[in-house]
Design a protein around this ligand. Structure first.
Ligand SMILES: [Zn+2]
Length: 665
């Protein structure tokens, strides 16, 4: 299989060594983790198993995961990258037929070319034409340097009806191509729709300063045009085209992506000028969202680069709504890790009627979202130009989301009145509940208690109530079946998970082969995508040992979470052909066993997932013990303490898993 051949040819130590300075220590190699900030190395590469793991941020995997994470690639692209390196041929004939594929590629290429030509023309206009004098004056008045004009390729669209069109038509493009590229409008559109007579075309952008919008790879896909006078709209963006998808593009992302990785932060501003000025002054981790709403698609692109999102949207009322909206999208779109937490250890203690060893599944957002605080009434570009140090400080010390909510959610409430107090608690407790760090959480409870002068302990109790209310539904272990939004997949009632425990089912305990368990789990999920929420509370991508099964699990989960009604069809669209063999293998693995009813499937899936989690934890345990011994021999006290700490954490998780297994019977 292609993946195995690649893995045999590419050494994980060598590949990671290209990016991380690795130091040999015993059988493993260590270095500073490229995925989180640290001063002492907790990032380890194991030559023997060809795996890596960071005991600081808990990222880990094989060479594929490393390339994916480090370069921000989808599995498919990581596969192509590694295959090329290994000199292995991968054929990826995905869902579409090749004929169609070729045609679309050709059309796209042509649209790219027309956009590229338009860009050059706009740019020359701004630099040289007499009629662009006003635009040049505007550029200067906003403090945009001539270097920035060139790097960002700013341009000018003259205030005439067909100057760009007649230029491009002269270059051999057709009217249809100009319209499809979002550069021209049809004169006849609006009246007599659907009629084929051509009344000619006219320029889409007129009398505007032009900001070229590029994709992640720096190719022009559309334009943003800012009015110079009072014309409406103030900002006009390219219409939706084959290349330009408004809701997913972030302005300046192509120029910001390296800085985002380096700074491990992305700053999102609202306007093109804000982004240009931020870059000009050196805060290159800045992008602007096009239109004003942050969408899930924006976050999808960003989360491959960083987990720290700083929103620098306007502080006015509309801005606050946009900020709130952005936060919600970000919270939804980042990966959620569901962590089992023993109830006995939870703050606030265990309720009398809850059995010992009971666990709660806590959902944690795998990201840090915060809000940039700027002086009221000033746009980022104004702040930057007036006082860069103020901006730089704000960027490096953004307001954590929870603190932001403490301000935003209490505005206008009277904290001295009982009604105001309970309203504040009602609004803020769910926010506090999202904090995974218990010490931090307690600190915020204290802050809230002081704010509304209420006993801390009753707030803790209230918080537990809120958390239980929110999460019990999600928790497969607690008896109530997972609730899932859209999707049309079998819902709770078909899988009573409390029923029929005790029996092991058909799983052969002795065949403790991790990869086979992975195949079996994938097979179950293929057969019934509705099992996904039962499983994702227990394991995540990182717990898989097989590259192929891990990616399939990832695809299955994301297809399920996107809630497609025809899960199977859309699943097939997402599977790279290199993984089709694994799909067949997993299906076979299911077919070779007696059929299960709904409850049986749930039981098997949960059991499988638990076992895989346990195996992974045991592997980490072994690796850690080895590293501890090594640190001990080297007399490295600091590392030893850190590793011991991690070891305890692994043991805690193992105990949790074991008590959960015990509960499942
Ligand atoms: Zn790390």
């Amino acid at each position: 299989m292609v993946i195995d051949i690649i893995k045999a040819k590419i050494d994980v130590v060598e590949e990671i060594g290209l990016v991380v300075t690795l130091q040999k220590s015993g059988k493993s190699f260590k270095g500073l983790c490229p995925f989180h900030n640290e001063r002492t190395p907790s990032f380890h590469v194991f030559a023997e198993s060809q795996t890596w793991h960071c005991f600081g941020c808990n990222e880990g995997g094989d060479v594929f995961t490393f390339v994916q994470k480090q370069q921000g690639l989808e599995f498919r692209d990581a596969l192509l990258y590694l295959a090329e390196k290994a000199g292995v041929l991968v054929e990826d004939h995905s869902s579409r037929n090749p004929e169609e594929e070729r045609e679309i590629t050709a059309v796209k290429d042509r649209l790219r070319k027309v956009n590229e030509d338009a860009l050059l023309w706009f740019h020359q206009m701004l630099l040289r034409s007499r009629e662009a004098a006003e635009a040049r004056a505007y550029v200067q008045s906003r403090g945009i340097s001539s270097d920035s004009v060139i790097t960002f390729g700013l341009g000018y669209a003259p205030d005439r009806w067909d100057s760009l069109c007649s230029y491009l038509l002269g270059q051999g493009y057709t009217e249809r191509e100009l319209i499809n590229g979002g550069l021209a409008r049809d004169r006849t559109s609006g009246e007599g729709e659907g009629q084929e007579k051509s009344g000619g075309v006219y320029d889409y952008f007129r009398g505007r300063l032009i900001f070229p919008i590029r994709d992640m790879r720096g190719r022009v896909i559309g334009f943003g045009g800012r009015a110079l006078g009072d014309e409406q709209p103030k900002y006009l963006n390219s219409p939706q085209t084959l290349l330009f998808e408004k809701n997913s593009v972030l302005y300046a992302l192509d120029m910001a992506k390296d800085a985002i990785k380096l700074a491990n932060q992305v700053v999102i501003v609202e306007g093109y000028v804000d982004a240009v000025i931020a870059h000009q002054y050196g805060t290159k981790q800045t992008v602007a969202c096009i239109g004003s709403a942050i969408t899930a698609k924006h976050i999808q692109q960003l989360k491959k680069l960083t987990k720290q999102v700083t929103l620098a949207l306007d502080p006015d009322a509309a801005g606050a709504t946009a900020t709130e909206h952005g936060i919600q999208e970000a919270l939804k779109s980042f990966d959620h890790t569901v962590v089992p937490v023993p109830l006995a250890a939870a703050a606030g203690g265990r309720k009398r009627n809850e059995p010992r060893g009971m666990i709660r599944l806590e959902e944690q957002v795998d990201a840090e979202i915060n809000v940039l605080q700027l002086p009221a009434g000033e746009d980022p570009d104004e702040v930057i130009r007036r006082d860069f140090s103020l901006w730089a400080y704000a960027v490096s010390h953004p307001l954590p989301l929870v603190d932001y909510y403490f301000v935003a959610k209490t505005a206008g409430l009277n904290l001295r009145e009982p009604n105001g107090k309970s309203e504040v608690a009602r609004r803020l407790l769910p926010v506090i509940g999202m904090i995974s760090d218990r010490v931090k959480r307690d600190a915020y409870i204290r802050k809230l208690a002081t704010m509304i002068t209420i006993d801390e302990r009753s707030l803790h109790e209230e918080l537990q109530r809120v958390l239980r209310g929110q999460r019990a539904e999600e928790a497969g272990f607690l008896g109530s079946a997972p609730r899932r939004g859209p999707g049309g997949v079998p819902q709770s009632s078909s899988f009573p998970s409390s029923e029929g425990r005790g029996k092991e089912g058909g799983l052969d305990r002795s065949r403790n082969n991790r990869l086979q368990w992975e195949d079996y789990l994938i097979g179950l999920l293929l057969q019934n995508p509705g099992l996904s929420p039962y499983v994702c509370g227990i394991i995540n991508d990182g717990d898989f040992a097989g590259t192929d099964t891990r990616e399939l699990y990832h695809i299955l989960n994301s297809v399920y979470q996107r809630g497609s009604s025809s899960s199977n069809q859309s699943f097939e669209q997402h599977v790279p052909s290199a993984l089709l063999a694994t799909v067949a293998r997993a299906q076979q693995c299911i077919e070779s066993r007696p059929p299960r009813d709904g409850a049986g499937q749930v039981r098997d899936a949960v059991q499988c997932a638990t076992r895989l989690k346990r195996t992974h934890l045991l592997q980490l345990n072994t690796e850690l013990k080895y590293l501890v011994r090594e640190a001990e021999e080297a007399g490295d006290v600091v590392s030893m303490q850190q590793l011991q700490h991690q070891l305890l954490e692994i043991h805690r998780q193992l105990r949790t898993i074991d008590s959960a297994t015990h509960l499942q019977g």
